[in-house]
Design a protein around this ligand. Structure first.
Ligand SMILES: *Cc1c(COP(=O)(O)O)cnc(C)c1O
Length: 472
């Protein structure tokens, strides 16, 4: 990080041009404005939005809510389904509205939860449209043209990162964890095809490689897949900046290949959850190819990139950093440029995780696994006789036989499509740059404050940096 820029006041201002764009983006897409987004005129939604706009502290909300105590008692103690029907009267159910009002408020200005954002208006609108239509993405007959909306979003993301939109594919699934599960499974099904019937380790010994800095789903998924975590998983060391240590990766790959041990998958991370470390993909891709050639390994390890948090920085891949049309301040522009240089390597991954529900401003659940080569889905195909109640002739044209799930809901897809459509690259760039400018401004103020000290702690090889206020 460039400390001289962070120290410089001018480099950390919000320019008037940027502010103007940001205000437009905020009022159009984050304001819960019923004139722009008429769904909010529904009495229940309107009351909900009004209550949230009070921006109360979490501990003050219950007492501020009309009849809050009584509603809470009912919520906690009612256990029986009503015997009789309730006639609708256009008003929301009181307990339903109460539970919504008392749920975690991502819109509160003091809500600075790690990697979770408030969903934008177009994504809420889109997700509701998906809920209303209720297609099931399991299979084309149950999805109708919604299946093509999924393909549409997949092509958009492919074009942004530089995948061939004709060759690549992808699918919405149940969270970033499942996207990573697909990554591992693709590797296992390609490298160890017998495993589908006989289980892991039947025909050939294997090791799965991931990074010590990976998200916990990098490990829980392996346990779920029946991988021996201590015996068959190699956790690659990380560098001082928490990205994967290429030297350690090379040693491990050589150790495996030299004794004919398969490496089904290498799991990388772009944007670790706490430290935003970004693994380099191209050097890993090149290393893998070079060693496969050297050792005569015919099925290359599948490289999956967990970009659950970091993916949205891809919206800057084609940003004109010279002209800087958004007038992002210097400090943040430099930071974005250096991250984007690494994001450009995402196209070297065989598959990657996109969590619209994280830094993508779309409601839960909205996660997309992108796959560079659609042929890879073949490796996931299960025995067709399992699918006898679906019509044969449609089976080949969908992911039906290759998905982990059966039913796949479409509200996340509709929300993601709508967010992309309305915000466009420009809207996303504005909200992302706004976050980063704020973070840098905070660093700037902390750096200049003589009463603040930075302390680094090393715990189990991880460097943790904390800021201490010594005098206030
Ligand atoms: C949050 C996160 C995940 C898991 O995603 P879910 O959508 O919560 O399942 C995976 N990887 C990283 C780096 C994450 O931050």
């Amino acid at each position: 990080m460039d400390l001289s820029l962070l120290r410089n006041k001018e480099a950390n201002i919000v320019t008037p041009e940027f502010d103007k764009l940001y205000q437009t983006v905020f009022s159009d897409f984050f304001n819960r404005d019923p004139e722009l987004w008429p769904i909010y005129k529904d009495p229940g939604f309107a009351a909900h939005n009004q209550f949230r706009q009070l921006h109360l502290n979490p501990e003050d909300r219950l007492s501020a809510y009309p009849d809050g105590q009584t509603l809470q008692e009912r919520l906690l103690n009612d256990s029986h389904t009503p015997k009789h029907l309730t006639r609708p009267n256009g008003q929301p159910d009181d307990v339903l509205a109460f539970a919504a009002a008392m749920s975690k408020d991502w819109e509160n200005p003091s809500s600075v939860e790690n990697v979770i954002t408030m969903p934008c208006d177009p994504s809420i609108y889109g997700a509701m449209m998906g809920t209303l239509a209720n297609p099931n993405l399991v299979y084309s007959e149950y999805a109708g043209l919604a299946e093509h909306l999924e393909k549409n979003v997949v092509r958009q993301i492919a074009n942004i990162v530089g995948y061939d939109p004709e060759q690549s594919t992808g699918l919405f699934t149940q969270g970033g964890t499942f996207c990573n599960l697909y990554g591992y499974l693709l590797g296992i099904r390609k490298s160890l095809p017998d495993a589908k019937v006989n289980g892991l380790g039947y025909a050939q010994d294997y090791r799965i490689l991931n990074s010590q800095a990976g998200h916990y789903s990098n490990m829980t998924n392996l346990s779920l897949l029946g991988v021996d975590l201590s015996g068959k998983t190699i956790r690659i060391k990380v560098t001082q900046s928490h990205d994967i240590d290429l030297h350690d990766l090379e040693l491990s790959l050589r150790a495996c290949f030299s004794v004919n041990t398969a490496v089904p998958c290498i799991m990388l991370t772009m944007g670790t959850t706490d430290t935003f470390a970004i693994d380099r993909v191209k050097p890993v891709h090149d290393l893998r190819d070079r060693l496969c050639e050297e050792y005569g390994v015919s099925v290359k390890p599948h490289i999956h990139v967990d970009a659950a948090v970091g993916w949205s920085m891809m919206f800057f891949i084609d940003y004109d950093f010279k002209r800087n049309p958004l007038a992002i301040n210097d400090s943040t522009l430099k930071g974005i440029e250096s991250v984007v240089e690494k994001m450009r390597e995402l196209k070297y991954a065989d598959s990657f995780t996109v969590d619209f529900q994280k830094w993508g401003y779309v409601p839960y659940t909205s996660s997309l696994v992108m796959i560079k080569n659609k042929q890879d889905m073949k490796a996931l195909e299960n025995d067709p006789s399992n699918f006898s109640y679906f019509e044969d002739d449609l089976q080949g044209s969908t992911h039906l036989q290759s998905t982990i799930e059966c039913s796949r809901g479409a509200s996340g897809l509709f929300g993601a499509y709508s967010a992309l459509k309305f915000m466009g690259l420009e809207g996303y760039q504005a909200v992302l740059a706004h976050c980063l400018q704020n973070a840098n401004y905070m660093r700037h103020r902390l750096l200049l404050d003589p009463s603040v000290k930075t302390v680094s702690l090393k715990i189990r090889d991880q460097v943790l940096t904390s800021v201490f206020m010594t005098e206030i």
